[in-house]
Design a protein around this ligand. Structure first.
Ligand SMILES: [Zn+2]
Length: 83
């Protein structure tokens, strides 16, 4: 089973669930920090990490389930309204 990452808004959670092979990180954690945390956990689990990104034991990239910020679109809409 591959390592999965989920994000939570809860303050009480298990950082790594060995049975589920599930890494949990705070929802508000920025992208770079999220990778740092996930890589550190994977490193602890003896999964070799590449220079960038995060990898599972099997070598597959681990997806962090990040949301793409919609802020830019919102800004543009506000600017258009002002013009
Ligand atoms: Zn895997």
């Amino acid at each position: 089973m591959c390592i999965r990452v989920r994000r939570t808004t809860s303050t009480s959670y298990t950082l790594y669930d060995d049975i589920e092979r599930l890494i949990t990180i705070p929802a508000a954690l920025p992208r770079v920090a999220a990778y740092t945390v996930v890589r550190a956990i994977l490193d602890e689990l003896a999964a070799p990490q590449p220079a960038f990104g995060a990898r599972c034991f099997c070598g597959d990239p681990v997806r962090l389930g990040l949301h793409i910020p919609q802020q830019r679109e919102t800004e543009k809409m506000v600017m258009n309204r002002g013009a």
